[in-house]
Design a protein. Structure first.
Length: 368
C-alpha cells in the first residue's frame, strides 16, 4: 500500500540497526532446519495500523508453524536504495522466504529476486511477478462499503469525511465504495476528501480531520498510517471508522467500527507451500470471502440494529450476493455526471484495479 512515506518516518531507524528478531521461534526438532522467513515494513510497528496488522500476521504464522519456521522483521525501511540493501542482506543471510509490505518496494524486490533465484519473495501490494516473486493484496473496498453503511446510518449531518494519502486506485476504490455504501442507506449523503500527499504525518492527519469536522462532517474515514484521525474524532466528540486495525484504544467513544485486515492465514499458507515444495508465483486478491477483510470492533455509538445490518451485509458479500461496484436499476455515475457502471452491470477486476474516478456524492477532485 504505502508509497513515498514521509522522510520523517523513513529516517526514524537506521537500516543497519533495523534487523530485529521480532518473535523468536522455539527450538527446532533435532535434525531439522526451520524455514527462515523475513518481513520488511515501511513504518514502525505501532499499536495499530497497516504495519501492525502485518506484524500480527507474522506472529500468527510463527504460532501456527512453531519450530518449523523462524521469523524476523525489519521495520522503518525507506523505499529505494535502502530497501534494496536490506533485501539483499536478508537474502544473503539465508532467508528462504521474504515478505515485503509496500507498493514502493516493487522495483527493489524485482532486482534482488533476479540475483537470488532460490529465494521466494512475496510482494504485498506489489504489481510485478517473476518465477520467484508472487504478489498479493486485499479487497479493502469491500470493508469500505460495509463501513459506509454504518456511517450512513449513524451520521446526523449526512456529510462524511475521508483523509487519504495519494489518489492511487486502491484509495479511489475505498472512497467510492464507502460513498456507495453510505448512499445505499442515505441517497443524499456526501463525502468530503482531504489529500495529504503522504501516508504518514500524524500532525497533518489530525489537522485534516479537524478541518473536516469544522466543515460539518460528523463521521470520518481515513487511509493513512497513524491513529491521529481517530484521536481527533475522540477529542471532538465525532465518529470515525478505524482502518487496518481496531482502534478503540484511541477512540473508545468515537469508533463506529473497524475495517481490519487479516494476513495470518495467507502468510501461513505461503510458508507451508515453501516447506512442502508447492510454492509458485501467483497473484492473490482476497476479500471478505477469503477472510482477509473483516468488519469488527463495533463502538457504542453504533446502534445494535445497524451492527446486525452491517454483519448481515458482510455475510451477503462473503456469499457473493453483494458486490460494491454493481449498479442496481440506476446507473452509477461519477461526480462529473459520466456513467461509469451501467444499470444492472458490475465492474470486473481489471476495471476496479484501474479505477481513476470519483463517484457521485464525493465532493472532491483528483489532484493533478
Amino acid at each position: 500500500m504505502y508509497k513515498n512515506l514521509a522522510a520523517a518516518v523513513a529516517a526514524a531507524s537506521l537500516v543497519s540497526t533495523a534487523l530485529s528478531q521480532g518473535h523468536p521461534a522455539p527450538s527446532s526438532p533435532a535434525g531439522s532446519t526451520p524455514l527462515k522467513a523475513a518481513f520488511v515494513y515501511l513504518t514502525p510497528v505501532l499499536d495499530a495500523g497497516w504495519t501492525r496488522q502485518h506484524d500480527e500476521g507474522r506472529r500468527a504464522l510463527q504460532a501456527a508453524l512453531g519450530p518449523r519456521v523462524q521469523t524476523r522483521a525489519v521495520d522503518s525501511v525507506p523505499e529505494g536504495p535502502d530497501a534494496e540493501r536490506v533485501l539483499r542482506d536478508l537474502a544473503a543471510s539465508g532467508n528462504q522466504l521474504i515478505f515485503t509490505t509496500s507498493f514502493g518496494y516493487t522495483e527493489s524486490v524485482m532486482r534482488v529476486a533476479r540475483d537470488f533465484p532460490q529465494v521466494k519473495f512475496e510482494s504485498v501490494t506489489g504489481f510485478k511477478r517473476a518465477d520467484n516473486v508472487a504478489t498479493s493484496n486485499a479487497r479493502y473496498y469491500e470493508g469500505r462499503y460495509l463501513s459506509g453503511i454504518a456511517a450512513g446510518r449513524a451520521s446526523k449531518t449526512g456529510v462524511a469525511g475521508f483523509v487519504v494519502g495519494f489518489p492511487i486506485p486502491e484509495v479511489l476504490q475505498g472512497i467510492n465504495a464507502f460513498t456507495l455504501g453510505m448512499r445505499s442507506v442515505n441517497p443524499k449523503a456526501t463525502v468530503k476528501v482531504v489529500w495529504l500527499d503522504t501516508w504518514f504525518d500524524p500532525p497533518r492527519e489530525r489537522d485534516a480531520a479537524m478541518a473536516l469536522f469544522n466543515g460539518g462532517v460528523d463521521v470520518v474515514s481515513f487511509q493513512v498510517a497513524s491513529t491521529a484521525v481517530m484521536q481527533a474524532a475522540q477529542e471532538r466528540g465525532r465518529m470515525a471508522i478505524a482502518y487496518h486495525s481496531d482502534m478503540r484504544k484511541d477512540g473508545p467513544d468515537a469508533q463506529l467500527l473497524a475495517v481490519t485486515h487479516q494476513w495470518g492465514d495467507y502468510y501461513t499458507a505461503r510458508a507451508k507451500a515453501v516447506l512442502d515444495g508447492s510454492w509458485k508465483s501467483q497473484d492473490t486478491w482476497g476479500g471478505v470471502r477469503e477472510g482477509m477483510i473483516r468488519v469488527e470492533g463495533f463502538g457504542p455509538k453504533l446502534p445494535p440494529a445497524v451492527r446486525e445490518e452491517v454483519l448481515q451485509r458482510q455475510k451477503d458479500m462473503a456469499q457473493g450476493r453483494l458486490q460494491p461496484f454493481k449498479a442496481g436499476d440506476q446507473p452509477v455515475r461519477d461526480n462529473q455526471g459520466q456513467v461509469r457502471i451501467p444499470a444492472g452491470k458490475q465492474l470486473d477486476d481489471a476495471q476496479i484495479l484501474q479505477m481513476n474516478w470519483l463517484v457521485e456524492g464525493v465532493q472532491a477532485t483528483l489532484p493533478k
